[in-house]
Ligand binder design. Structure first.
Ligand code: BT5
Length: 320
């Protein structure tokens, strides 16, 4: 708390110096104690200049997913107003699920710099190396039926693709249902999990992994990272903030009954409609042409015999 107060004062001074006296008054600490806090902030990666005559000046913040940095200037109403951050954790989705079961409120976001057991769908793993990724899980309690939850996957995927476009300028595209690609390689994956009893939804966890500054050699061959495609690193904090803002806006569209707007945007951000695809379901595999997304978020595929099949979930491979 004290550290957050010190940082707030330094940030509010618009890159100028703040005297030790002013800081000690605001934080209610002696000047020696302020010096100790500044030292510990430096150890966390904050670049703070200390001049005997002028005072303290903030020169740089660490690109680590620290709650106060994510919340600083975040323009959301509920999503990310509370952030729980880990340097290393097994899986943010597992942690968020446990917290939600214990009743934690809607909007809390769990983030980590590294995951030791990052999870994909169907028991697959999500490579979550320490350097450069964003791994986060949002706890939501929407008033909707469990059957409507796939809509949130679409809302999350457009939020990710839009965010990557906004912060990097790269053309991120969506591959139904939960992948975001750059130059045909996977840069992000989404894992939705929920707890429901019959037709009552208790909570939903939207888990998102994005390879931001991750070195390509730490990723599977089919993967890429934003920095790998862009040729330079970008701020993970900025990306996280824009992502939470976009996600909150799109979540509202879904819960307010404006899902058609989500579908329209999804269509603008995908390049798969019209393509020939191969779909793998747990019990069978087939090919067809992806023709549309239905009003409930399912994918419509025209089979070679002309029959149109509605797909609720599955793995999709683009053939051309
Ligand atoms: C996904 O599964 O794409 C969902 C990934 C969700 C990860 C987030 S991170 C925060 C939260 N906490 C978690 O534990 N999980 C969520 P799926 O569609 O099943 O794709 C998994 C496949 O993607 C793997 O089998 C690999 O082929 C590939 N893959 C694994 N790690 C990758 C990475 N870092 N980048 C790109 N591709 C990856």
């Amino acid at each position: 708390m004290i550290d957050e107060e010190i940082l707030l004062v330094l940030k509010s001074s618009n890159d100028g110096y703040v005297s030790g006296e002013e800081l000690s008054k605001t934080a209610g600490l002696s000047r020696a104690a302020i010096w100790k806090r500044v030292e510990s902030l430096r150890n966390e990666g904050y670049d703070i200049e200390a001049s005997p005559h002028l005072g303290y000046r903030l020169l740089g913040v660490p690109d680590s997913l620290i709650p106060s940095e994510i919340k600083w200037s975040l323009k959301t109403r509920t999503l990310g107003r509370e952030v729980i951050s880990y340097k290393k954790i097994d899986s943010t989705n597992t942690a968020a699920y446990d917290m939600a079961k214990k009743g934690i409120k809607e909007g809390v976001v769990v983030v980590a710099d590294e995951q030791t057991k990052g999870r994909g769908r169907l028991g697959r793993t999500w490579a979550s190396p320490a350097r450069g990724g964003v791994y986060l899980s949002c706890i939501l309690r929407p008033a909707m039926s469990p059957g409507e939850v796939p809509k949130l996957t679409l809302a999350a995927s457009i939020s990710v693709a839009k965010t990557i476009r906004e912060v990097s300028g790269l053309t991120a595209v969506i591959k139904w249902p939960n992948d975001v690609l750059i130059n045909s390689k996977k840069v992000s994956g989404i894992l939705l999990e929920m707890k429901a009893e019959q037709d009552r939804l208790d909570f939903v966890i939207i888990g998102i992994g994005i390879n931001v500054n991750t070195p390509l050699k730490l990723l599977p061959k089919i993967g890429t990272s934003i920095a790998g495609e862009l040729g330079e690193e970008i701020s993970r904090i900025k990306l996280t903030q824009v992502l939470l803002e976009n996600l909150e806006a799109n979540y509202r569209l879904v819960t307010n009954g404006d899902f058609s707007k989500v579908i329209d945007e999804w269509k603008d951000l995908t390049d798969m409609l019209g393509s020939r695809i191969r779909i793998t379901l747990p019990n069978r595999e087939f090919e067809g042409q992806a023709i549309d997304v239905d009003s409930d978020g399912t994918l419509l595929v025209r089979l070679d015999n002309g029959f149109i099949e509605k797909i609720f979930s599955g793995d999709v491979r683009l053939l051309r």
